[in-house]
Ligand binder design. Structure first.
Ligand code: XUL
Ligand code: CO
Length: 447
């Protein structure tokens, strides 16, 4: 992005005055405000890094999250929070957001409806507010070239959703969620959003004793059909994503993990329009690895988007830290590259700086580090696939299905009695090593 474009995206005030455009300087550079690996024009495996990743900045964590937690208030004082008028405050916040994203050189952003501007006291007031702030967002997008990767509705924070949104036992509450999703879809479409995400934080139960699970899941499916039909009717061509998470804030969330969501989409006739947005820390909360969730979604042809972050090895909750583990990210990118996954929904950094990271520089360091770890891992994963024996070694484990009776089995030509007769005609099979340590060494060799 050139400096003229940055100037255009700035309001009257610069919110990150000490920061210039972040550039690629290579790993020898000791400038902490530069990319060491992320070089957006660099071609890896036939595509530029920019095209591979479609990185996005999450509006909520970066410009709304002030560091508050259940044990204490926020630690970050955003300059725009001093402004009283909700629209002025939202515009100032948006100036800051577009300045940040321009300086970082990321092509996309993502938002919830009420990240952009505070919810009004009535649906009408919220609608008017959204209409004004999306007018402003449209101008900012045009001036900067920054695009909307996806929009979503926050149907989990307002107390009215304490018993769920689309799965609420009360029809009136479900209707409120419907109104909110309609408006969030309108905002997304107005801003040329490429996708739309559903994350069901309150769609689940706290106690099965007071819950009709079958009815609630059926309502969720009906609600998603209505949202999809409405958006298609408005000309929206993008993909809808469901973002699985097993728990938090609800004890048990219906979109538990990739396998659960795939079954739900297939059962309810939603899999032509909906795919999965896999989040690292949600995968680990479900006792899976990130790679596992990607593989499950990809095998179903339903992987299309990533919320990048990481959890903490020593505790179990959703810490939403920025990714920094090249091994984990390389293993994830191996899944994407091998399966030629097209990430329409890109890679959104659903991550926040720590509560005690209170300089505005920290938000830059966090994103720079995360983008670099993806870039470094992409180079490694591409080399592993093209230069190493990794694929060959894995194929060799299954070589017995390439000919003879193994091949016939794969082709569905054998019966159980055929297996019985074959087993009786041979000796006890030899033990064959899975060579896990060798596989692990190959990955490390290329990082
Ligand atoms: C919550 C989470 C959400 C979704 C969007 O854990 O990941 O921010 O990404 O609603
Ligand atoms: Co997320």
């Amino acid at each position: 992005m050139n400096t003229d474009k940055i100037k255009l995206t700035l309001g009257n005030q610069a919110y990150y005055p000490a920061i210039n455009q972040i550039k690629f300087e290579g790993k020898e550079s000791d400038n902490p405000l530069s990319f060491k690996y992320y070089n957006e024009e660099q071609v890896v495996g036939g595509k530029t890094m920019r095209e591979h990743f479609k990185f996005a900045v999450a509006y909520w964590h970066s410009f709304c999250g002030n560091g508050s937690d259940p044990f204490g208030p926020g630690t970050i004082r955003f300059p725009w929070d001093k402004v009283n008028d909700p629209l002025e405050r939202a515009k100032n916040k948006m100036d800051a957001a577009f300045e940040f994203i321009s300086k970082l050189g990321v092509p996309y952003y993502c938002f919830h409806d009420f990240d952009l501007i505070d919810e009004g006291s009535t649906i009408k007031e919220s609608e008017q507010r959204l209409s004004k702030i999306t007018d402003y967002a449209k101008e900012k997008q045009q001036a900067s070239g920054i695009k909307l990767l996806w929009g979503t509705a926050n149907v989990f924070s307002n107390p009215r959703y304490m018993n769920g949104a689309a799965t609420n036992p009360e029809f009136d509450v479900l209707s409120y969620a419907g109104a909110q999703v309609k408006n969030a879809l309108d905002a997304t479409i107005k801003l040329g959003g490429e996708n739309y995400v559903f994350w069901g934080g309150r769609e689940g139960y706290m106690s099965l004793l007071n819950t009709n699970m079958k009815k609630e899941i059926d309502h969720l499916a009906k609600f998603l059909h209505l949202a999809k039909d409405y958006a298609r009717g408005q000309g929206f061509r993008g993909t809808f994503f469901i973002e699985p998470k097993p728990m938090e804030p609800t004890k048990h969330q219906y979109d538990f993990d990739a396998a659960t969501v795939i079954r739900f989409l297939n059962e309810h006739g939603l899999s032509d329009d909906f795919k999965l947005n896999i989040e690292v820390n949600h995968a680990t909360l479900a006792q899976h690895t990130f790679q596992h969730e990607l593989q499950v979604a990809s095998d179903a042809g339903l992987l299309g988007s990533i919320d990048a972050n990481r959890g903490d090895y020593q505790n179990g909750w959703d810490t939403d830290q920025f990714p920094n583990n090249p091994l984990e990210v390389t293993e994830a990118l191996l899944v994407l590259l091998q399966n030629k996954v097209k990430l329409d929904g890109g890679i959104n950094f659903d991550a926040k700086v720590r509560r005690n990271s209170t300089d505005y520089h920290d938000l830059f360091y966090a994103h720079i580090g995360a983008m670099d770890v993806f870039a470094r891992s992409l180079i490694a994963a591409d080399k592993i696939l093209s230069d190493s024996d990794y694929l060959k070694l894995r194929e060799e484990r299954y070589a017995s299905y390439n000919q003879g009776k193994g091949k016939s089995f794969d082709e569905g030509k054998l019966s159980l009695v055929d297996l019985y007769n074959h087993a009786k005609s041979i000796d006890e099979p030899l033990l064959k090593s899975g060579k896990q340590e060798l596989f692990e060494n190959i990955i490390n060799q290329y990082i």
